[in-house]
Design a protein around this ligand. Structure first.
Ligand code: SF4
Length: 470
């Protein structure tokens, strides 16, 4: 599967790509099935109502991650990229009041959130920790259509059949797809990426650009600029908002206050050198506070880890000597290349491999991107990604109260700091290093598979069960 820069960086809403954007996207696909009349169960009458059952992590932490709201919105026909937050509030109220959903180009369908949105706290479905079954019924309660979806991280959604097909024949399918689309640099591993770079004399950014142009042609830069603008707007908005984040943990937003302190310290000769870390932190925290509040964010590669890449890009743009627009584009292209490799060969889902797959992947992506923009060789870029990922290995996902707040907001700040350090360390070397990125990605997957379920976005262990009463 070729993952475009626009698959990795999707503009959407918070607080979670797997728990908010994924279920909305699944609902949109289900509505499309109903519109197309696909797989209507034989003997079913007139379409009349819908029902959703959430399994695994979607059930355990769905309320904290606003999955319930996302399902209502998705079944009402709203989609993450185009959602208007004010409109969304009205739609949620209407669904609760009328106990129906009214998706475009379909009849109004019965859906009582109290009865028809089911949180199944039993064992997760076999396919993935984030499972969701959508059912439609006719007027007398006969099954009309049923589909199982998995939200596999970063807002990506697969049906049961798609997931099985990918697991059964990954290499053949991937190879065939690459051949069919004729990408000039079809690398599926970091090793292949370095080999193709050496053979062609191209940088990773140039190879990724050439691949993307196969699909997006002359629109590529405009699209990347739109992604960066959405990231930058999110930082800017987060730096001005104050108050308590929703969800009941009473977590106070901190980015605005820290930012105003940093601004007033500008030009102070006595400022400590580590203040640069505070700038990185505040940019990341601004994004993750916006995400926690359900604001507009860009998956990077997920919502929970959405602060790392934007913080590093803004750090590059505001603080690095010689920064320019091409450098910003290169960061995002290279970050997407690394994110694609990690998703393809392991996972970017906290429910599947813990936070090493979310903030760890984001940090590796940002490190590689920054290293490239600062003139690193391909080997140094691969080294930067490996350093950042290696030092997130084993990191669990145990968000307090199932909310993407503690530890997630600060964790993004630290992920951004590690990314810059990793890029800098790699730039001080010659690209030769002990652990190849591919091996590190494999270790992440194996560690994630061995990780106890209570540390994989179920909020049943770790930080989630060791917080003081609020
Ligand atoms: S702990 Fe990490 S993986 Fe888990 S929700 Fe928070 S950011 Fe995502």
């Amino acid at each position: 599967m070729f993952l475009s820069v626009f698959d990795i960086f999707k503009i959407g809403i918070g607080p979670s790509s797997s728990h908010t954007m994924g279920p909305m996207t699944a609902a949109a696909r289900f509505l499309d099935d109903l519109r197309g009349g696909a797989e209507k169960i034989p003997g079913a009458g007139t379409l009349a109502s819908v029902q959703a059952t959430l399994h695994g992590s979607l059930a355990f932490t769905g309320k904290g991650h606003a999955t319930d709201r996302a399902v209502l919105l998705g079944l009402s026909g709203l989609e993450p990229a185009t959602l208007d937050p004010d409109d969304a509030e009205r739609v949620v109220e209407d669904v609760h009041k009328t106990k129906t959903v009214a998706p475009p180009d379909l009849p109004t369908l019965g859906f009582d959130p109290e009865k028809d949105l089911i949180f199944d706290y039993g064992p997760p479905l076999e396919g993935h920790a984030n499972g969701m079954v959508l059912r439609a019924y006719d007027t007398v309660g006969n099954m009309y259509h049923i589909e199982t979806y998995y939200s596999v991280g970063g807002g990506f959604v697969m049906t049961e059949a798609e997931l099985r097909a990918e697991r059964d024949g990954v290499s053949v399918t991937l190879h065939a797809e690459k051949e069919a689309l004729n990408f000039p640099y079809p690398f599926g591993t970091a090793k292949e990426m370095l080999q193709m770079g050496a053979a062609s004399g191209k940088s990773i950014a140039q190879m990724k650009r050439a691949n993307e142009q196969t699909i997006h042609g002359d629109d590529l830069d405009r699209g990347i600029d739109t992604v960066w603008k959405a990231m930058d707007d999110c930082i800017s908005r987060g730096l001005t908002q104050e108050g308590i984040l929703p969800g009941g943990l009473k977590v106070r937003r901190r980015a605005a206050k820290i930012h105003s302190a940093l601004q007033s310290e500008r030009g102070n000769n006595l400022a400590q050198p580590h203040v640069a870390n505070d700038w990185l932190s505040v940019f990341a925290m601004a994004v993750n506070e916006e995400n926690a509040a359900g604001g507009k964010v860009v998956t990077s590669p997920t919502n929970g880890a959405a602060g790392v890449v934007p913080a590093v890009v803004r750090y590059y743009r505001d603080l690095c000597v010689g920064a320019n627009d091409d450098g910003v584009r290169d960061i995002l292209l290279v970050a997407a290349a690394i994110g694609g490799l990690i998703k393809h060969n392991a996972s970017i889902s906290g429910a599947e491999v813990g936070c090493q797959g979310e903030v760890g992947s984001a940090s590796a992506m940002a490190a590689a991107g920054l290293c490239a923009a600062l003139g690193g060789t391909n080997e140094q870029v691969e080294n930067a990604a490996e350093i950042a990922l290696e030092h997130h290995l084993g990191m669990t996902c145990d968000p307090a109260a199932g909310l993407v707040q503690v530890p997630c907001i600060e964790r993004n700040a630290l992920g951004a700091i590690k990314a810059v350090s990793a890029a800098s360390l790699a730039l001080r070397g010659d690209g030769q290093h002990f652990m190849p990125l591919d091996n590190c990605v494999k270790v992440m997957l194996e560690t994630g598979r061995d990780m106890n379920l209570k540390y994989k976005e179920t909020s049943t262990g770790g930080i989630a069960v060791n917080i003081p009463e609020c």
